[in-house]
Structure formats: structure tokens, C-alpha cells
Write a protein that binds this ligand. Sequence first.
Ligand SMILES: Nc1ncnc2c1ncn2[C@@H]1O[C@H](COP(=O)(O)OP(=O)(O)OP(=O)(O)O)[C@@H](O)[C@H]1O
Ligand SMILES: [Mg+2]
Length: 419
Amino acid sequence: MIYEDTEITDYEEIFETRQTKILKDSSVLSPDYIPKKLIGRTKEILELAKVFKPIDYKGYPFNALVFGKTGSGKTVVTKFLLQKLMERLEATPSIMDHHLQCIYIQCKTNCTINGVLNEIIKHVDPANKMPRKGFALGYYYEELWNVIKEKNVSLVVVFDEIDRLKDDEILYNLSRAGEMQKLPERHFVCIIGISNDLDYGKELDSRVISSMSPKDHVFAPYNAEQIIMILNERVKIAFCDGVVPQETINLCAAYAAQDHGDARKAIKHLKMAAVYAEENDFFQVLPEHVEETLKSLDVDRIQDMAMYLPLHEKIVLLAILKLTNYGNPSTNSQTVTSLYNQMCFEIHKKPLHRTTIASKFGDFRMIGLIKTSSVRKGKGGGWKDIRLSVPSGSAIEEVLYMDYNLEMLRDFKPVPFSN
Ligand SMILES: Nc1ncnc2c1ncn2[C@@H]1O[C@H](COP(=O)(O)OP(=O)(O)OP(=O)(O)O)[C@@H](O)[C@H]1O
Ligand SMILES: [Mg+2]
């Protein structure tokens, strides 16, 4: 929402307390929350738990890759399982003769090798002074082997969104650490990679595959029933009693099930509807509140977001909008990149590298702006089909033209569609 900058006269009004009470604990609806109970993932949990089975007989755990569409529970299942593993080791310390540490790396925010090594080092030894940058990679590895020895630990390292890692070499080096005698005897570094790109494993270097020998785990999307159960559990702890009727939950689940069974979306729909109900002083979160927020959510939220994007992301977004606003329901990553380059040229900006642009598609998909479908392998390599997920592209285009850099692109038409 874009507010006019009128003066606030009564500051008490900012924190005005509501008459109705809808939410009891909204932190439970945050994507980072790990529920006490997971729904519909028993098989996946049991299968993934087998990775750690060898620990019971003083062996080394396997490495694993977890695949599945967005919102299929990959991250939450992995974190849940590691929590259970740590609880088990705490309750029965005799299982291992040294400590185990689990480290979660989000490769979307930390994708360089020195950055990742530094994060692992700091996790094992929080007092370590190694800077994040400035040394050759070899130093970071040496420091890691040192801290592992000093602290006498084995590691489970989770690489979430592993496909964003800049270099696979780290997977090779970590998985071969024992064999290369970098670790104390009977110590290990176990790797769990998570990705929603099913082709990721196929793209890995054969050396990495052979040293990691990961077990693949594929999570199926949730169906509407499972999403309903997930929401029912969340509602019990997040909301005050009786404020969310079952029809509201069913509707959120139905929308999310249409959207390839994305549990995250279902929770988000419910949260948005709850905020709407609270702001409008309703006593319950009703199905029409879900409909209402879904309608306004997309355009409002995307407009806000578009306004504050960095310049080059704005240009990429504008390219997608132009290509989908000219009567075409979808476009593809190659055409978008080419139009992006043309527009950069037009406004005298140096275009970013193709691979950087490719990563923006993933970001736009994550924030629900576009839908991408699987990579096709053509003569010129692979590409993604891109479809806008929001109803009104032209409203978002208007916001982008508010940036003076982009103003002059208003009449710029994609070459293949120009008159
Ligand atoms: N089986 C489940 N039971 C309860 N909550 C779940 C379950 N699966 C997923 N969720 C919830 O749904 C949301 C999305 O799950 P999660 O983050 O694990 O998805 P993901 O597969 O890692 O998606 P992405 O690929 O986009 O990262 C989280 O809020 C999570 O708590
Ligand atoms: Mg995830």
C-alpha cells in the first residue's frame, strides 16, 4: 500500500489496541517455525532417518539429497529430524564417543565457498576470529579441520537450496575429509542437500557424486486433505478458540493444493486472512476474507515490492511484464534475458551476467511473482518457461515507471512484438 505522507497528530493511534482478538501466537505461522508434529511425512522422515542409522554402530552416516516442489516440507522435515537426532544423542550420550553438531546453511543467502566455510567454522567455534573474506580457500579448509579437531566434533551440514552454491568443490572436499585424513579418527562430516530442482543431482560433477554418493529422497506435493490437517494443527496453537471455521481452512487448502500442494502458501493465505479480519474488527476469519486478501494481496504486495527492488531486478521484472502484457500468457528465460539486455542498452546501464539474471527468476518465483516450469533442453541449452502469477501486470508496470531510470522505457516494445 502506498500511503500519502500526511502528518500523524495522535501517536497513540499508531498502537491502537483492537477490540477483537483473532491471533494468539502468530510466530507459529512463520515459515521458520518447526511444529511438534509433522503431517503426512512419516515415510519421508523414516527414510531420511536411515541416513543416520550407521551412527548406532559407530559407522559414518550417509550423505543425502532431498528434492521436492516448494512448500513440500523439505526444510521443515530435515530440521525436525535433526532436532530429534540431537535430542536422542543428548538422552543417550553413549551412542557417540564425541559430540555432534548440526549446521544449517541457507545457500540463497550464503553461496560462496569461503562464506560457507566461515559459517561452519564460526558455528563449531563461535570465538574464532577468521574473517569472512581475504584468505585463500586453503586457509579456510585448514581452519575448519583445526576447529573440528580442537572441539572434537563431527558435523551434519545441511545445505538448503544447494543448487545456489557457487561451486560444488566444497561438497567434494567435505565428503572426502575423512578419507583425506583431515578429521580425527571415527569423526565425520555428513552432508544433506535440499533443492527443488530435481535435475540438480544430474548436473553435479561426477567426482562430487562419486565422493558424496548421496541417497536421493523425493518429497511428493501435499494433497488438499494433508494441507487441511497441517492447517488444523497450526490453527489450534496460532489462533484463539473458535475464530477459524473449518470452511476457511478448507478454502486455504484448496487454493494451495491447486498451487502444486504448497503448504507454505496455505499457511500464508490463512495468516493474511487473519490479519484482514483483525484489522477490520471481525470476530472470525471467514472464507470471504481469504478471497478478499487473495484479490488485493497480489497487486498491492507486488506493487510495494516492485517499488523497492534494486534497479537491475526492476529491469528484469519489466522485461517479464512487457513480454507477458503483449497478449502472450507466458515467455521464457532466454527471451526475458535478451529483452533485459536490450533495455539496459537503451538506458545506458551495463547488463548483469546471464547467470545472475537466471538467479533472479528463482527469487521472483519464491516471492510468488512468477511461475516457472521445468528446464527444457534445446539446442542452445536449457531454459525456463515463465508465467506471471499476478493478475494485473500493467499496475505493476506503472510502479516501475516511477523509477526515473525506467521512465523512458514506457514506450519500449520487445523487438519480436514491435510494429
Ligand atoms: N508435514 C508438515 N506438517 C506441518 N507443517 C508443515 C509440513 N510440511 C510443511 N509444513 C509447513 O509448510 C511451510 C513450508 O514448508 P518447508 O519450508 O519445509 O517447504 P520446502 O519444501 O522447504 O519449500 P522450499 O522449496 O520453497 O524451500 C513451513 O511453514 C512448514 O512449517
Ligand atoms: Mg525449504
